[in-house]
Design a protein around this ligand. Structure first.
Ligand SMILES: NC(=O)C1=CN([C@@H]2O[C@H](COP(=O)(O)OP(=O)(O)OC[C@H]3O[C@@H](n4cnc5c(N)ncnc54)[C@H](O)[C@@H]3O)[C@@H](O)[C@H]2O)C=CC1
Ligand SMILES: O=C(CO)COP(=O)(O)O
Length: 295
């Protein structure tokens, strides 16, 4: 397959490495980089298959500024909900490309392990199962692909687990123990399932690789940027300082604000996400958040 990866952060570069095993792949980002097969935007846009690894908060502005519809089939690799509008990525991409040409990749996959070709399993979701199968078949031998048509379930779980991972980092940073973390993760899974169902997601998707799989991974490892945001909050650090130290995107920050907005508008009960929002946006003391969650 002739593919292009757009966005050369950690995940874009890992997917470039992965898809290059069996396909002819080029890569592009705003900032030119010393990567083999780095090409111009025009060349990237002319490829039939594109992987979009631009963080959720920048997707809309990128599409408005740079995207040209040339009939490409697009695999969306970001995991987040737009803060300004509460829009899901499938809504945003759907304004530019029909859903039949869109697919979404999710599942437990730290970029740092994918670039080392370590065994991984991922889920490709699309309303067009043939397209999902095509992207899945393009994965290298060390990545097992599963397909699904539940794009809302995949999107909500991929975005929401980042917020629960922040809460989990807080829990561990405060030294609350393994019991507390397991309770938080399992209640987090219930919470994200309830939220997804309100948007028509299938409950079983939340038990799949893209749901429980990615939640367990992200909420229990210091390899996760979102989990590390939580560790920083538990230490009493300010958000500016945490994000500066991180130097990479932590989608759970913007997504927690989007979730709060949606919850208020639709009257959905999101106890963990609301506490994450309060810690990030209102500077709430993490110890008080834990007391309020347990109370
Ligand atoms: N790193 C990982 O292990 C995984 C990341 N993801 C998701 O992939 C997405 C990208 O994450 P990473 O590559 O890891 O982040 P990163 O922090 O390594 O890189 C972000 C990239 O976005 C680019 N960028 C920043 N502002 C931009 C703008 N206004 N327009 C266009 N590009 C812009 C940056 O130049 C950078 O290349 C996120 O949604 C993340 O949740 C998903 C699975 C795994
Ligand atoms: O989505 C991820 C792994 O599947 C990466 O998580 P972080 O963005 O928290 O590092």
């Amino acid at each position: 397959m002739k593919m292009a990866v757009i966005g050369a952060g950690k995940w874009g570069q890992a997917l470039y490495h992965a898809f290059s095993q069996k396909n002819d792949v080029v890569i592009h980002s705003r900032t030119p980089r010393e990567i083999e097969n780095f090409v111009s935007l025009d060349e990237a846009l002319s490829r039939e298959y594109q992987v979009m690894a631009i963080p959720a908060q920048f997707v809309r502005s990128w599409l408005e500024k740079y995207f040209e519809d040339r009939g490409q089939k697009i695999l969306v690799a970001a995991k987040g909900i737009e803060t300004a509008t509460g829009a899901f990525l499938n809504d945003i991409y759907g304004e530019f490309v029909p859903q039949q040409r869109l697919a979404y990749i999710s599942g437990p996959s730290f970029a740092a392990e994918v670039v080392q070709s370590l065994p991984t399993a991922l889920m490709i979701s699309s309303v067009n199962l043939e397209l999902a199968r095509t992207f899945s078949d393009a994965l290298p031998n060390y990545i097992k692909g599963y397909i699904s048509d539940d794009i809302i379930g995949a999107e909500v779980s991929g975005a929401y687990k980042n917020v629960i991972a922040i809460a989990s980092g807080v829990c561990d940073g405060l030294g609350l123990g393994n019991n507390a973390r397991a309770a938080l993760i399992s209640r987090g899974l219930v919470e994200m399932t309830r939220f997804g169902e309100a948007f028509g997601a299938h409950s079983e998707t939340f038990l799949s690789l893209g749901g429980a799989g990615d939640l367990f991974l992200t909420a229990s490892s210091t390899l996760s940027r979102n989990y590390r945001v939580g560790l920083g909050l538990a230490k009493g650090k300010k958000m500016d300082e945490i994000l500066k130290e991180l130097g990479e995107v932590a989608e759970g920050v913007g997504t927690s604000k989007a979730l709060q907005k949606i919850a208020e508008k639709k009257g959905i009960y999101l106890p963990i996400a609301s506490e994450v929002y309060a810690m990030i946006e209102k500077g709430k003391d993490p110890r008080q958040s834990v007391r309020d969650l347990l109370g």
